[in-house]
Design a protein around this ligand. Sequence first.
Ligand code: ATP
Ligand code: MG
Length: 333
Amino acid sequence: MVLQVTVETKELSRTFKGQDKPVVALDKVTISIEEGEIFGLLGPNGAGKTTLIKILTTLLLPTSGEAYVGGFNVANESNEVRKVISLVSGGETPGYGILTSRENLWFFSQLHGLSSSAAKEKINRLFKDLKFEEYANTRMSKLSTGYKQRLNFARGLLNDPRILFLDEPTLGLDVLTSKKLRGYIVDWAKREKKGTVLLTTHYMAEADEMCDRVAIIDHGRILVCDSPLRLKEKLRENIIMRVEVSSVQADFGFLEKMAGVVGSSQTRSIQTDTTTLKIMVREERIFSEILSKLEQQKLKILSVNKAEPTLEDVYISLCGRGFEDQAEEKADA
Ligand SMILES: Nc1ncnc2c1ncn2[C@@H]1O[C@H](COP(=O)(O)OP(=O)(O)OP(=O)(O)O)[C@@H](O)[C@H]1O
Ligand SMILES: [Mg+2]
């Protein structure tokens, strides 16, 4: 079977007016996504992910370059593009608070022009598939974040999109709800056979689990684009060590300046007063230097293990050390 390219950008750029100087949100982005692919866009805050999604979903015009979705140009065939896509953003309010889940879906089904019988059938199916039938008659304002997001998904699928854009679809959801929604997205793409998904996420494991290919974007530029497996394989030339040390307060800033350190991240645990460092080095020798620097700080080294490369390591190696924020978030969770 020959797969068709269904999302394509050519040297796509977008600049915003900044306070002092223009902000380049996208800088000559060229990607192509095939029908049936689940494609992940990863990158730090402000990297340009939402800007790219907004352009592809016709909510924003590019400054230069071209973008095609379903074969249509997003800039001058926006009506055609809108017929074949849907956008679901994490944390978004999926409708009107005073309406129930069912009433909200009914309202949006009518905006899409579905007949009464088709809308009824579709809505019942979505309640069933997304497993929130018991909340069908609950007012949206009373739904928890997880159920609001299910409603958001249901709304996004009402028009049977060919291409689904998901901007941080599992933002703020608990582990089990995220897992269910991830499973649902993968099933949806398979069931639709040619259902294509472009998603952004900050959860590396999520991208690893779901995506056929991922692109890592930083400062508006695509740094790499490949399957998670191949990206991890490329890291095997480095050595990745996980070191657990006593104290959450020690200064690990020296890692950023050390030659031969490809990347590092920290996860602090306040409860146990320990920090787990993940350090990627080019040669074993550098790692010995790191250990002695840690010992000089009078830290107790609790454990040292060699680690297999993960997508998070790929991200760290490309986006540098700007990963501490997420590591701290994890520690707080
Ligand atoms: N409407 C706007 N006006 C001015 N600057 C903007 C606007 N929208 C986005 N930007 C800037 O463009 C850059 C890219 O933003 P974008 O929202 O695409 O990032 P992101 O990768 O989605 O980040 P996050 O992970 O935080 O969601 C940022 O520097 C942002 O401040
Ligand atoms: Mg964003």
